[in-house]
Design a protein around this ligand. Structure first.
Ligand code: FAD
Ligand code: SF4
Length: 508
């Protein structure tokens, strides 16, 4: 009895139980489809890297003895949608059943449910065998109540006995080393080189172009230096642990004009496509700590990102969808400024972060949160537009992880489910954490006037605009007090300047 086993582009998990040994009754189905390339405009490198990694995965499965039917984007028989392709493949193989893994994205899960219903075959949905927390209980818990990250993370540390001593107490005497992890990078130690060499994908790029797929950003084969196989992903993990992890915690919040990656791992693409398992990444860090190669602040800071934030964000997504995709608690409706698609702005920090994103399909967390996200928050940009931008531009962007980070953490559009206060900041934060301001035409110390840094007036105007929603939040008491301490003339001039800025965002 032939069964079709569907593997999506973000399900490249060689350790999945399906692949332990070849099953003569199973045909693994993989497809490059326009319904996915066109769901938003994606970065050229994201489309390239996902297709190249899918093709490499299919080759590896075939050489391990699995039967694989792979549909390329330009194949004549490709119907360019999951449902239509499954229909004719089921007929072609006289399939009696469909098996698929849980999809990570709500939209894709619905598409696959519809496709299966149309197919009319018995369908089995299995776990993707990737995350630390199983989806159904996680979603159920988060649907009832979204816990604070710290509570959720400590609970997972206890349950999985990670960084605990024999008495069950946190190693190092504390659960959280964030206070040690906020240094500005002074230029030393030198940041490690980008972990991967470039792969020439020019012929794949020609196929994508010939199929008419619209993309953004640079497709440059020289710049396409992302892991496309599990072996490359593992090599990147090893390089990260040896070279970058010792300084990861300390410079986690730092930003640099010259170094796009600093001491971050760039492992999110390999993790989100499931080439790497989160537990093996965590274990690599724990191993380095046990061997005395990294200190507790670096180890805990990194483990928190994967065991804590990544699982937590997934809980918010699956617990709160589909309503989460529509919430807009701060009623923000402005379009994103045009330069989000070109990087051509006089603001050096945003020029660096957006330019780098267009070039590499990557920006690290603080660039996403405190530069592009912070600006969109302060300017009151529409969460739908901001979501689409983040979902398109980053190589690691899949809706389950992109959306709660964008709408929740960055834009406060969920009214505080993810963040206990908005991540809103003026130039003083950006100046403290980076070297951008010295290359900027704006003055980070000024609140108004033509040369004043736009972040400053927009920051204060944001607080004033949202006093109803934020004024009672105890974590916002200090900024509101500081605002009151400014003289009335200063407040008027600042708000007047913010109005001018909001009228001409495209020109900044
Ligand atoms: C507005 C915004 C949008 C984002 N969109 C995405 C996205 O589409 N896809 C995505 O994977 N991450 C997203 N993030 C989270 C985070 O910025 C990226 O995971 C990280 O920058 C990836 O780079 P890295 O692998 O070098 O991470 P590192 O700094 O090396 O961190 C290690 C790993 O921890 C995990 N991680 C860290 N922070 C988070 C977080 N907040 N949420 C989930 N996982 C986290 C990632 O898997 C990451 O690879 C977003 C953050 C913001 C503020
Ligand atoms: S002055 Fe303002 S706009 Fe310019 S780099 Fe600094 S924070 Fe960014």
């Amino acid at each position: 009895m032939t069964k079709l086993r569907l593997v999506l582009g973000d399900q490249l998990n060689a350790a999945h139980p399906w692949f332990r040994q070849p099953d003569p009754d199973a045909v693994v189905i993989m497809m490059e489809v326009r319904s996915e390339t066109d769901s938003v405009v994606h970065h050229a490198q994201k489309v390239l890297a996902i297709f190249a990694a899918m093709r490499a995965f299919a080759r590896a499965l075939r050489s391990a003895g699995h039967r694989v039917h792979y549909l390329r984007i330009g194949d004549a028989e490709n119907r360019q949608a999951f449902g239509a392709n499954l229909d004719w493949l089921a007929a072609r193989y006289r399939a009696r059943a469909l098996e698929r893994m849980e999809a990570d994205e709500w939209r894709v899960e619905r598409l696959l449910e519809e496709a299966a219903a149309q197919l009319g075959l018995p369908t089995i949905v299995v776990d993707a065998a990737h995350f630390v927390c199983a989806r159904a209980p996680l979603a159920e818990a988060f649907a009832q109540r979204v816990p604070r990250l710290e509570i959720f993370y400590r609970d997972l540390r206890r349950r999985h006995r990670i960084l605990l001593d024999e008495q069950g107490k946190p190693v190092g005497g504390r659960w959280n080393f964030d206070a040690e992890n906020r240094a500005r990078w002074p230029g030393t130690p030198p940041a490690p080189a980008w972990p991967w060499a470039a792969t020439d994908l020019s012929s794949l790029w020609q196929e994508i172009l010939a199929a008419g797929v619209r993309t953004l950003g640079s497709p440059s084969a020289e710049a396409l230096a992302w892991p496309l196989t599990r072996a490359q992903a593992r090599a990147g993990l090893r390089a990260f642990v040896e070279q970058a992890l010792p300084s990861f915690g300390r410079f986690q919040d730092a930003m640099s004009w010259d170094e796009p990656l600093l001491f971050h791992s760039a492992l999110s693409f390999a993790l989100n496509t499931k080439m790497l398992h989160p537990r093996e990444v965590i274990d690599a860090a724990l191993h380095a700590f046990a061997a005395g190669r990294i200190d507790i602040a670096a180890c805990e800071g990194f483990v928190r990102q994967i065991l804590g934030w990544r699982e937590y964000i997934r809980g918010v997504y699956w617990g709160r969808m589909p309503d989460y995709a529509r919430i807009n608690a701060l009623a923000a409706h402005r379009p994103l400024p045009r330069w989000y698609w070109s990087g051509e702005t006089g603001m050096a920090c945003l020029r660096a972060a957006i330019g780098q994103s267009l070039r590499l399909a990557y920006a690290h967390h603080i660039q996403r949160l405190m530069l592009t996200g912070n600006f969109a928050l302060l300017a009151g940009c529409d969460p739908d537009a901001v979501d689409a931008w983040y979902l398109g531009i980053y190589i690691d962007a899949f809706e389950w992880v992109e959306m709660p980070n964008t709408r929740g953490m960055s834009l406060y559009a969920d009214g505080g489910l993810v963040a206990s206060k908005p991540y809103a900041a003026s130039a003083s934060y950006i100046g403290r954490q980076s070297d951008y301001c010295k290359r900027c035409r704006y003055d980070p110390r000024r609140r108004h006037g033509a040369s004043a840094c736009p972040f400053n007036a927009l920051y204060w105007a944001f607080l004033v605009r949202h006093e109803t929603e934020l004024g009672a939040n105890p974590r916002m008491a200090m900024p509101y007090r500081s605002w009151q301490r400014l003289g009335e003339d200063e407040r008027e001039a600042t708000l007047g300047h913010a109005r001018t800025l909001l009228d001409r965002l495209d020109d900044l």
